[in-house]
Every structure is written in C-alpha cells, then in structure tokens.
Design a protein around this ligand. Structure first.
Ligand code: FMN
Length: 675
C-alpha cells in the first residue's frame, strides 16, 4: 500500500505539521490535581515518538465552573510549567501541540455552572445560571487568557470547543439558548458568542499561534442544529479567520451512537465532507477512523484534509510510523470496544486500553530489553490472553509453543465478531495471526493439550489460557431439547445449526443481546443485492429498504434479572438496547424459566405462570464457567515447571472478567516470566 496523501505535510496558517495524522483532545483522567503531570507527558511523548503529526491536549478547563474536577486546567498561571514541559518533550520528537480550551457550560455539572440560558441540561439534569452580557465577556476573556498561557508555554495553537454539546453549542442551539438579547434568537445572534470568541482569541494570540475550532458536524439532538446549520456555522468561522475546523459527531446527550463498535468505521466522515465545501481552512474528520488505509482513502477522496485518530493512537502510539514503514501487520487497531477508555472515564478511572497494556504505563515496560534467561514456554489455548502472552514472551526472547485444539486461533473471539456491529473484533484474530507469522511462533493447531503432550515438550513454563466452558442450567426438559431445538449461542453464531423462524434467546447479557441482534438480521437482503435491485428498480424502493433493514425471524430474549445487558459497559448498553428495540426484538425480564418441552418454554413472571409456544429454536446464552480441567490435572501431577493462568480460565479472579483482563494478564504474565 502506498500512502500518497497521509504523510503529506499540512499547513495550519503558521504551523506546519509533518503529516495528516492528528490526535484529537481526549480527557485521560491522569491528573487528580489538574496539572499537566509526568504521566500525561510520558503518554503523549510516546505518541510523538510514534510519528503523529499533531497532538491536541485536553480538554483543558478555562474556568473551574465550566470544567470537571479531574480534567486538566489552564485557568491559572500556576499551570503553565506543566504545559511548558509538555510542549518541550512532545516537540522533541516532531509532533506539534495544541491546547483544547474547554468550557462545558451546563454540561460541567460543577457548582455555579453557567450557560446561554437557564435551561435544564439533558446530560447533568441540572439547571445552569444564565450568563449576563458582562459575564459572557468574562468567559470569553478567560479563554483569551488561557490561549496566552498556551502560547507562553510554547504550544503551537489552541482549539476552541464548539462540539459535543458544550458551551459554544449551548449558545448555538435553539434548544438551550432562549435569550432575547443580541446573543439569542436568530442564527446570527446565536453565532455571536463563538464569532466574538474567535475574534478575541485571534486578536490576542493569532499572530503567533494557530486558532482552530472543533465543531459538531450534526448535534443529533431533536430540535437542535443539524449538518445543514453546521455547514453554515463553519463558513462563518472560516470567514472570521479560523485556522482549521475539526469536525466530530453529535452531542453527548444524543441517542445516536457516536463511538462504540457498532458505528461503522468512517461513518461520520460525511459530516466533514459536508462542511469542507467552500471553506479555506483545512478540515479534520474524526470518529471511528482506526486504519491508515482508510485515512488515506478519506484524504484521496478529498472528504477531509486531516484525520483524527483518537483511540487508535491510545491503542497503538506507533501507528503512524508503522504505516510509513509499511508494517501494517504490526498495528494494533482500536476496536472501539471502549472498555479501557470511555467506560473508564465514565466511572472516574484513568484511561487504559484493551489492546495496549502499556497505554497509561508509558516508560514502565521495555520490550527491547531481551531476557537473559530464555525459557521454553508452552501456552495452552489461543484466545486473546494466550495470544498476547505468546507475542510478548516471543518478543522478549523466550521460545513459545501454542497448543490449540481447534483448527483456528482466537477462542471465543471467533463467535464474538459474528453479531452485527461486532465485526471489528476480527482485528484481534488478524493481528495475532500476523504476529504468529512474522515472529515465527510455533503454533500447533488441531492439537488437544494433555499432561503427556505438555510434558513431552519439556517446558520451563506453562501458561493456561483455556477460557470458559458452557454449563447447562438445571431446568426440566433441557436435556431433551439440547441439540434438537436448543443450542449454545457460540455454536449457533459460528454457523453450526439452522435457526428457525421463531426464536427464544435464553439470557440477556451481552452475549444474549448480541446473539438476538444477529438472529434478527437473518434473512435480511444483502447490501450488494439491495443495490443491484435498486439500480434496476426491480421492486419498489420502500420494499427493498424494509427487506434490507431487518431479517425475517421473530426474536424474544428471556432474562431472569430485572434488566438486560447488565454486563455491558456504560457507553454501549443504552445503544444496544435501542438497537434491539429498533430490530423488533422482544424482551422479557425478571422471568424464571421452569421447563422446556418441545416447542414450548414455560416461565414464571411476577409470580404468574407463563409460556411461549411454537418456538423453532432456543439459544442458550447463559452459564459459563472457567475451564480449569486440564490445569487441575496438571497441577495434581506436581509438575517441575512453573504454571500460570490468564483470562477467563483463572477461577482465582472473582471480579468481572472481560477481554481487557485477558489481554492484560497475558502481557503481564509473559513480561514477568524471568522477573
Ligand atoms: C476517553 C476519551 C475522552 C475524550 N475527551 C474529549 C475531550 O475532552 N474533548 C473533545 O473534544 N473530545 C474528546 N473525546 C473525543 C475524541 O476526541 C474523539 O473525537 C473520539 O474519541 C472519536 O475518535 P476515535 O474514534 O478516533 O477515538 C474523548 C474521547 C475519549 C475516548
């Protein structure tokens, strides 16, 4: 693959960045005292070493009432030294630096929070104070002072925050701006606050440093601004001399998914393309762009001038250099799982990354330091935890053999990527396949591990990554149904069984919900066929649309807990529920199944007996437990070698397990083998 555009320098008025790869602002929750501390600097220095063109730091609060208690602050001169150190260390490796000036208005949830009007925020459920005209000037002045601090610290620019529903949006939106003075009412009036802000900040620092604006490409909030108004706003910003426009998606309160895996890669590039027409300033595109080849395509299509890789650069700080050196096989692509980043932020924890154990631990691990005591390592099982252990152990100089009883690697991931919106999970398998190939790791497929087999390999260390096994709930009639009308979710997803017209999924956890969505899609018109039929007008468009949108199965989820999706992260659960409803999936919660009989399932609901008849297929998405069978027998044999467990098979770990735990344990175990 030749990158014609991605590595072209980009000029942002007086700042030239070395390529088109931008790391957008991401609140990392690294700094309890709100200073730019060493952890933050180490994190970004690594990304600068990795070849990114521009790093946008932040959001950095310009006022305490408009910011979060653990967000970076630039509201006082005392913060300048941290920023200075940041700029020096990041510049050393070639990336340019911009501070995002953050004011969340009614989204801050802080005491004394302010907004354009005293309208209750749909995010914080609280009513802000309306800014008087004098106070508007103070807020604007605080932005200008912050911009001067950024300049003083040696930053190359500042970014104003006109996206995600923050203060600028609160002025722009008729939903939140109910003012009757010159800052409210008409579109021109609602634009007054951001246009004055641009002028003020540019007057104060614009001769020396870049002043950009992040915009919501569409608020995706009923009654608020759409992509149409967004293009108008951008044109005004351009006319006011803004140096770049960084286009993202909707407000935080939107019901339209912005960041989870279910959003297809590059889904929101059209928002940048929509704004770019007739603009002088370069336009960046953001959200779900995780692949340099995709980024190159966006640039070649002239949909945008710069590409934001947010989570993509958390997952792999060296993505730019690896792309440049054509080592695409070695890039850890962001899965948009949100397990370590967004879900952590929403629960008050620091950002981590499922794919990259080193993210947030920069400088603490050095895979270039090879082991002085190479060991023979046998890994049993090739799920994500085992594969990560194999990768890290091999890089460190150990000799690894993976034993996998199936004909392919990946373990549970092979079923996990099948449901709609989960395709990105395949990246895990692709990545580790490439690692095995390029690093010459000994992989023995179709090889069931046993005590004898392991002993014959004479290992120094054995790492068990044997995952889970399914358990059959103790429900009358289940044995008779298993294999005739009732199947395990993973077996159905991997295509081993026919799924009939009327389907009940037993269990409404993540697996149950994803399986139900997959079933609801069965029988839908394939996209390519829908296009073909449309081109030749073979059937009416509405019919094509409805046949394409959903399949021909009737799906019901039965869950014993009061809610479904309780093991999903906060950033995915609501969207998954919304998606299920749109697909017509019925859910029955708080139901205790009492019997399976032929095509009928009986259950108790609120003390009453209920049943559903005429079910063709039951799918079991309940009951898994750590698979420790082989581990137990090897331990019982009193082996001479060291033994570890990683991931789901580790029944010592009682906490909630997920793929991030498995991969991180794989890394830690392999890294510490000789320690
Ligand atoms: C943990 C986290 C924190 C974020 N914080 C901010 C922020 O403070 N300001 C902002 O404009 N965007 C913020 N974003 C949005 C990102 O800048 C980016 O638009 C988003 O992650 C989508 O891009 P991606 O798919 O490349 O990650 C944040 C995203 C994440 C994951």
């Amino acid at each position: 693959m030749k990158f014609v555009k991605l590595f072209e320098p980009l000029k942002l008025r007086n700042t030239e960045i070395r390529n088109r790869i931008i790391m957008p602002a991401m609140a990392l929750n690294f700094s309890p005292d709100r200073t730019v501390n060493d952890k933050t600097i180490d994190f970004y220095e690594e990304r600068s070493k990795g070849g990114v063109g521009l790093i946008i730091l932040g959001g950095c609060g310009v006022e305490d009432r408009g910011s979060g208690p653990t967000m970076l602050s630039i509201a006082d001169d005392k913060y300048i030294p941290g920023y200075t150190k940041f700029a020096e260390r990041v510049h050393k490796h070639g990336a340019k630096t911009i501070v995002q000036l953050y004011h969340a208005g009614a989204y801050s949830g802080m005491p004394g929070m302010v907004s354009s009007s005293a309208v209750m925020s749909n995010l914080t459920r609280r009513v802000p104070e309306e800014l008087s005209i004098e106070e508007i000037k103070i807020v604007q002045e605080n932005h200008a002072l912050a911009a001067e601090r950024a300049r003083k610290a040696g930053f190359d620019g500042v970014e104003l925050l006109g996206s995600a529903g923050y203060l600028i949006n609160q002025f722009l939106s008729p939903n939140t701006n109910k003012r009757t003075d010159e800052y409210g009412g008409s579109l021109e009036n609602r634009l007054r606050y951001p246009l004055e802000l641009i002028k003020l900040v540019k007057d104060r620092v614009g001769k020396d440093i870049t002043v950009g604006m992040r915009v919501a490409g569409d608020d995706f909030v009923p009654g608020s601004n759409t992509y149409k108004e967004s293009a108008v706003f951008a044109k005004h910003y351009d006319d006011a001399g803004i140096d770049y426009i960084n286009v993202t998606g909707g407000w935080h309160e939107t019901r339209i998914p912005q960041l989870p895996m279910m959003v297809p890669p590059a889904a929101y590039v059209y928002l940048a393309d929509n704004i770019k027409e007739n603009l002088n300033a370069p336009v960046f595109s953001a959200n779900r762009i995780n692949d340099p080849i995709l980024a190159e395509r966006i640039l070649r299509n002239e949909w945008a001038d710069g590409i934001c890789f947010g989570r993509g650069l958390i997952a792999d700080p060296y993505l730019p250099n690896k792309a440049k050196e054509n080592k695409l096989w070695d890039i850890k692509k962001c899965l948009a799982c949100n397990q370590g980043c967004f879900d952590h932020i929403f629960t008050g924890r620091s950002v981590e990354c499922l794919r990259n154990y080193q993210a947030s631990r920069e400088g603490k691990f050095d895979l270039d330091q090879k082991t002085k005591t190479p060991m023979k390592v046998v890994i049993v099982g090739s799920g994500p935890g085992g594969l990560e252990a194999a990768r890290v152990a091999t890089i460190l100089g150990h000799k690894v053999t993976i034993l996998e009883k199936k004909e392919k690697i990946g373990g549970q991931v092979n079923a996990a990527f099948i449901p709609p919106g989960r395709n990105e999970m395949q990246e895990i398998i692709k990545y580790y396949k490439a690692q095995i190939k390029h690093r010459n790791i000994d992989l023995q497929l179709n090889t069931e591990a046993s005590l004898e087999k392991i002993n014959a390999l004479e290992p120094d260390v054995v790492i068990f990554a044997t995952g889970i096994k399914f358990t059959i709930p103790d429900i009358p009639g289940i044995d008779g149904s298993l294999g005739s009308t009732l199947y395990f979710a993973d077996d159905v997803l991997t295509g081993d069984y026919h799924v009939g017209k009327n389907v009940v999924v037993v269990g409404g956890s993540a697996t149950g919900m994803e399986t139900a969505l997959w079933v609801a899609d069965l029988g839908a018109l394939d996209s390519e066929i829908a296009r073909f039929i449309s081109i030749y007008d073979l059937i009416p468009r509405e019919e094509i649309f409805s046949k394409w949108l959903r399949g021909n199965r009737n799906v019901t989820i039965i869950e014993k807990l009061p809610k479904i999706g309780l093991n999903l992260g906060r950033t995915s659960r609501g969207f998954m529920i919304g998606h299920s409803m749109k697909m017509g999936i019925k859910t029955i919660t708080g139901a205790n199944i009492t019997k399976f009989e032929g095509k009928t399932v009986e259950f108790e609901l609120e003390g009453e007996k209920n049943s559903i008849d005429n079910i063709d297929t039951f799918i079991l998405a309940t009951g898994v437990q750590p698979n420790t069978d082989l581990y137990d027998s090897v331990m019982a044999s009193n082996p001479s070698y060291k033994i570890y467990r990683v991931g789901d098979c580790n029944d010592k770990k009682k906490d909630k397990r997920n793929m991030m735990d498995a991969i991180h344990e794989g890394y830690q175990t392999a890294y510490n083998l000789d320690k």
